[in-house]
Design a protein around this ligand. Structure first.
Ligand code: PMP
Length: 360
């Protein structure tokens, strides 16, 4: 099997042992004579995977079953942009920190259901850093505070969490879930499309604190209600079964690596390897993120000072089997997405290429 260095932002690289396990499962699971794609979601074979995956998510986040529930939903993180305010707002308000394209989309959807208090934004800096002056609204009707922990497009990431003024904290963790060490108990809800750090497209992870869920509205269509899904242990309707199978496999792989802390340490090293090569040639490369402390360890963004050579840079990388380095169309330049499954050798190769290109 040929493997290249895959820097795609999502869907993205998965660990080979995961690809092997899901390939085997695509043929047969648990000696059942059936593929994971063929078994009933109400049968013992699938239920074992489903409940196993829920337990592993909580274990990875160091959260307890007593306090938190795990849901596997469809619709991507984008559905969560709407489902969250639909369940918790309906007339009230929520605090949002605006840090880029994805938070803009989250706020746009929230406005259908209530008021959005923008409590911090780096829009004036074109999102090249995180806002330094986050100030909770203090609004009496505010139900939660929302952040995007990692800004996939711009390449910024929250390490220290912002102040919420006591509001339940909800995070879009699509692009750094289980990629950095966090105190997950600080969050009342976490959501993430799986297709970056967690598995394939098609399954969205939602981890919700039970005390927060208790505040959710009842007058919401059943399929869009967190309460429906939680009551049914995320088996209200047919779950994205194959995605959950793959997610469970990714979670096992994370455990085999030594857990989130080991993976996070490696991610930090990987990012430093690439950033230090870029930093060495300020005459050639512009780092897109202006504050060092805000640089993402998951999505690294930069531009060539001489954009006329963009095509040459990409073509040279592809010759060395490094693919997916083109920046998001909204910001241009380059982006290296180096999620959990991305190997250190790939970062070393990219750093060497960055150095060689600059010298040329
Ligand atoms: N939030 C963030 C931070 C993302 O990176 C993405 C996808 N790139 C989304 C939300 C949207 O996710 P989905 O495509 O799963 O709806």
């Amino acid at each position: 099997m040929k493997r290249v260095f895959n820097f795609n932002a999502g869907p993205a690289i998965l660990p080979v042992p995961v690809l092997e396990e899901i390939s085997r499962g695509s043929l047969e699971i648990a000696g059942s004579g059936m593929s994971v794609l063929e078994v009933s979601h109400r049968g013992a074979e699938y239920e074992a995977i489903h409940f196993d995956a829920q337990k592993r998510v909580l274990r990875a986040m160091n959260l307890s079953e007593t306090d938190y529930s795990v849901l596997f939903l469809g619709g991507g993180a984008s559905l969560q942009f709407a489902m969250l305010p639909m369940n918790f707002l309906q007339g009230g308000s929520a605090d949002y920190i605006h840090t880029g394209e994805w938070s803009a989309k989250a706020m746009k959807e929230a406005k259908f259901f209530g008021k959005v208090n923008v409590t911090g934004t780096s829009e004036a800096q074109k999102f090249a850093c995180l806002p330094s002056n986050v100030k909770p609204s203090g609004a009496a009707d505010a139900k939660y505070a929302h952040i995007t922990t990692n800004n996939t497009i711009e390449g910024t990431q929250w390490f220290a969490l912002p102040e919420t003024g006591g509001l339940p904290l909800v995070a879009d963790m699509s692009s750094d879930c289980l990629g950095v060490e966090r105190d997950f108990s600080k969050f009342s809800m976490i959501y993430a499309g799986a297709q970056k750090n967690l598995g394939p497209a098609g399954v969205t992870l939602v981890v919700i604190k039970k005390s927060f869920l208790a505040q959710a509205k009842e007058d919401v269509p059943a399929i869009l209600s967190y309460k429906t899904h939680e009551k049914a242990q995320s088996l209200y309707n047919t779950p994205p079964a194959f995605g959950v199978f793959a997610l469970n496999s990714v979670l096992k792989w994370v455990e085999d690596q030594g857990g989130v802390s080991a993976v996070a340490k490696r991610n930090k090293r990987k990012a430093e390897t690439v950033y230090s090569a870029l930093d060495e040639f300020p005459g050639v490369y512009d780092l897109a993120v202006t504050e060092r402390a805000h640089r993402s360890v998951m999505n690294l963004t930069w531009r060539l000072k001489n954009a006329d050579r963009d095509k040459e840079f990409l073509a040279g990388a592809e010759k060395l089997e490094m693919f997916g380095l083109k920046g998001h169309r909204a910001v241009g330049g380059f982006r290296a997405s180096i999620y959990n499954a991305f190997p250190e050798e790939g970062c070393a190769r990219l750093a060497q290429y960055i150095t060689d290109f600059a010298k040329r």
